[in-house]
Design a protein around this ligand. Sequence first.
Ligand code: SF4
Length: 139
Amino acid sequence: MADKPCCEPVAMNDCCNGATVLIYPCSGSSDVGEISDHAGRLLTKEGFGKMHCLAGIGGRVPGITLSAQAADKILAIDGCPQDCASKTLFVAGIDGFASVRVTDHGMPKGKTPVTDSNVRTIVQRGAEALRASELRASA
Ligand code: SF4
């Protein structure tokens, strides 16, 4: 089985002075998980970083895990207090990342429509968390 990463890390952005920024939404099946996924994609489209594959971290796919370990900044987007994105990163030995949790922003799990407005709220919170975060020591 090839271990070539599906998505190469790229330096970008208007947020972090050219740092390599990777974004890991939980992409869960619930409404708040879907919002996390859309927010990760929109943050990528708007140049704040690059969404990467959280499943690749969970599966310890070598190229994907190495990319995360080398990133200057990482944003985890968790849908709810289960914090699956953050915990997946921690268990893989990846720390020093910023995070945002959808349910912390007035969006209860199972009761929140997946609207542009709600996605935009998480994009804004994620961008703020990235701007406030330090470069990762392990990068
Ligand atoms: S953090 Fe919550 S919404 Fe996201 S995958 Fe885990 S249980 Fe699902």
